[in-house]
Design a protein around this ligand. Structure first.
Ligand code: HEM
Ligand code: SF4
Ligand code: SF4
Length: 719
């Protein structure tokens, strides 16, 4: 597991770096998989509603209505239909990569178990939506999906009568089940939306919308694919024929071909076991968490900034409990806390300038106190020499900031750079501990602690409390967001930052007051909007190359989606074969014959309760045999359904047989006799390639029937 995770992590970090070079950090699709999932869901919903307006819900009319829509209204109806299909396929790809990436980057343990575990039912919903969607088209693929799915469900044995019998042949095709599937295709996405909301509900400020340019690019690409390669129906379904090969959607139907090799119940077991394993993954092994954040009420004024900034929803503002003259106080839920420290960075009392009393903030990480941080900063910078001394504040997931330490560079590590209160930046420069501070965090727009980079940038740019004081020269505060494999870019950032410091105006003594204020307050400072933090100009690809790269990336995804939505074709039935089905539902004889009530018994029974016979519950199992050309191909004993074993016995079996002339012999007993058969029938049939031929049993009609009524010959009862 560790090796797999390591290999995937290596891969994902490099993909992220590569795509980042082409798309830039904000539009990097690999860090937007969750938001892209939401966006695709909305495309699927909007296009689905449009298609549904023109969809005829009758089982035989469904195909025609969709085919008409695609052909007659190709510019809008056809487009919507194609968008519906391709966005659904893209959703599978996006969600699977999203899952693998969260696993690879280890973002599923601790408090993150919740989005992980709620993601698992989302997988089931997603596949169920897709499968029911293919069913509704009622083309050959729908026919395959309907039969394979119902046979697969029947393998669990929950229905008294196999539901696959609804699709046995054209005579028995039932619209009931088809209507149910349509309802499911509408209800399941609604449930999925509910779960999508639950999925992100524990994350504060969860992102659900991709950046506009990425959304437009994705939509544009899907529209282009829809016009270039419109999604069409396959030939209309005909239950009396079996399609040989099918254009197959490998995104949704991936496991279906396995049903020809593994029995259905085993496949269910594998999928359920796989899901259970997925659910357990966050605890294999559990995260060894650092101690959670702790509130010190003596220093908490109830300002709620920690509550606003905590990325994991671990802080609540509750009524004041200590009698101080504040309305609220912060309370940390230790189970939800991921010990990222971002709340410490948000707390206005976490200021290193404080003179009165020991330095202690309203909220602290017990093993990383603000006082210790100040001491660490002072000690680490004390031995720095040179004209451009830099304090690097790194995080646990950056590109290796610890390795930057040298005579001119001090490094202090935090769980997340968002833990650094902005007043520390002021402190370092105002007290001349260093000439500049470089904040080295992990990926831009994909901070390991979710919001660290965002809050840091906003605090520096005076867009979020606690603001960095306007007097702090922003050219001396640098940010470098690089993922762990981009150590070269981090080093380059430091080199450029130092050059920048050498060029910058000298730090003026006058700007170095030792105030205890940490947030904007004076009108003089509030009216100036300071620039954002400095960042290095790192080697970027020329714009034409970036555009070309984006084009290639979109095209690669679209070709993948377009191709695997129908290719490679799946061969269901060999060209010279036919399908023989033995299927019926028949109630065996009662275990004991019914007894007529005697006249005396009837007169002793109240009038309203009288009936002619007394029948005990329980029936004999049905035993059936089928021979093909004198060879046994089926022998089976079928127990009666129902809690009291008094329901019908159901039989459903299918065999691929060579087309041509065959002799069929069927035998059945239903009365518990140890040998002999009550019903025997035989028939020579000519099976055409691709024919679906059903051997049925209808006691009321005299016994076995072979094929449709047109070709049918009733079985004869054995003497
Ligand atoms: C329709 C399917 C899905 C959609 C639309 C979706 C969407 C999202 C979104 C938008 C987020 C980001 C929240 C944020 O940090 O702002 C997220 C996070 C997450 N998702 Fe999904 N997701 C889906 C399926 C899954 C599945 C199948 C799994 C895994 C079993 C999963 C695991 C996670 C985890 C672990 C996180 C938390 C990441 C973190 O804490 O930084 N998701 N998802
Ligand atoms: S340490 Fe992080 S997760 Fe814990 S309360 Fe503070 S901000 Fe929230
Ligand atoms: S940010 Fe600090 S002072 Fe404000 S509520 Fe949180 S702990 Fe209290």
């Amino acid at each position: 597991m560790k090796a797999l995770k390591g290999a995937l992590r290596w891969l994902f970090l490099r993909i992220e770096a590569g795509l980042g070079a082409v798309f830039g950090p904000r539009l990097n699709p690999i860090v937007q998989l969750g938001t892209l999932g939401w966006f695709l869901f909305w495309i699927i919903t909007a296009s689905g509603i449009y298609v549904y307006v023109f969809f005829d819900t009758g089982v035989t009319q469904a195909w025609e209505s969709l085919d008409r829509l695609s052909r007659e209204q190709w510019y809008l109806g056809g487009l919507m239909r194609s968008l519906h299909r391709y966005a659904s396929d893209a959703l599978v790809a996006v969600v699977i990569v999203h899952l693998l990436r969260e696993f690879a980057l280890d973002r599923m343990r601790g408090n993150r178990w919740f989005p992980w575990v709620t993601g698992v039912p989302l997988l089931w919903f997603m596949y169920a939506c897709g499968i029911t969607g293919y069913w509704m088209v009622w083309d050959q693929l729908a026919q395959y999906v309907a039969i394979a799915t119902t046979e697969w469900i029947d393998s669990i044995g929950i229905f008294a009568e196999p539901i696959a019998r609804n699709f046995l042949d054209s005579e028995r095709l039932s619209g009931r089940f088809f209507t149910l599937v349509i309802y499911m295709h509408i209800a399941l996405p609604l449930l999925m939306l509910l779960f999508m909301w639950v999925h992100i509900s524990r994350h504060a400020h969860a992102r659900v919308n991709p950046p506009r340019a990425l959304a437009l690019g994705t939509l544009g690409a899907l529209v282009a694919l829809s016009f270039a390669w419109p999604a069409m129906s396959q030939a209309p379904a005909n239950l009396d024929r079996v399609p040989f090969t099918l254009g197959f959607d490998w995104f949704y139907l991936t496991v279906y071909p396995l049903l020809e090799r593994v029995d259905g119940a085993t496949l269910w077991l594998l999928l359920v076991a796989g899901s259970v394993l997925l659910v357990l993954l966050p605890w294999l092994p559990p995260l060894r968490k650092a101690p959670p954040a702790r509130v010190d009420l003596a220093n908490c004024n109830g300002c709620s900034r920690c509550f606003a900034d905590c990325p994991f929803g671990a802080i609540d503002m509750v009524q004041r409990s200590d009698g101080l003259a504040f309305e609220q106080e912060a309370r940390v839920d230790a189970d939800l806390c991921m010990s990222c420290g971002i709340c410490v960075g948000a707390c206005p009392t976490a200021t290193p300038f404080r003179r009165a009393g020991p330095l202690s903030a309203g909220i602290e990480l017990p093993d990383r106190s603000v006082a210790a941080l100040r001491n660490q900063v002072v000690a680490a910078t004390a031995t720095l020499t040179g004209t451009a001394r830099v304090l690097v504040v790194g995080c646990a997931h950056d590109a290796g900031s610890a390795a930057l330490e040298d005579g001119e560079t001090a490094v202090v590590g935090l769980p997340c750079v968002g833990m650094l209160p902005p007043s520390f930046l002021d402190f370092v420069l105002a007290r001349h501990h260093a000439d500049g501070v470089l904040l080295s965090g992990c990926s831009a727009h994909d901070c390991y602690e979710r919001l660290g980079d965002q809050w840091v940038e906003q605090r520096i740019a005076n867009q979020r409390d606690p603001n960095l004081r306007a007097r702090v020269p922003r050219e001396r505060i640098g940010v470098a967001w690089q993922n762990p494999v981009q150590d070269g870019r981090l080093r380059e950032s430091l080199v450029q930052f130092r050059e920048q410091l050498r060029r910058a105006a000298p730090l003026r003594r006058s700007s170095v007051s030792s105030t205890t204020r940490t947030t904007e307050g004076t009108t003089e400072e509030a009216t100036r909007t300071p620039p954002a933090a400095w960042r290095a100009r790192l080697g970027e690809l020329p714009a034409p190359l970036r555009w070309a790269g984006q084009g290639v990336a979109y095209a690669a995804v679209l070709i993948g989606v377009g191709v695997f939505a129908t290719q490679p074709a799946y061969t269901y039935l060999a060209a010279d074969s036919a399908l023989l089905k033995l299927s019926f539902s028949h109630a065996g004889r009662p275990l004991k014959p019914c007894r007529r009530y005697s006249h005396e018994e009837l007169t002793n029974t109240p009038f309203s309760e009288r009936k002619a016979t007394s029948c005990e519950r329980g029936r004999w199992p049905v035993y059936v045999e089928l021979d093909l050309d004198g060879r046994p191909i089926y022998r089976g004993t079928h127990e009666p359904a129902g809690l009291w074993n008094d329901g019908p016995s159901a039989v459903y079996a299918r065999f691929e047989v060579p087309a041509g002339r065959h002799r069929l012999e069927a035998r059945l007993r239903d009365d518990g006799a140890p040998s002999g058969f009550k019903f025997v029938a035989e028939r020579t049939v000519e099976l055409r390639p691709g024919e679906n031929f059903v051997v049925d049993f209808r006691a009321a009609e005299g016994g076995f029937t072979f094929g449709l009524p047109a070709q049918e010959s009733a079985g004869r009862e054995a003497p």
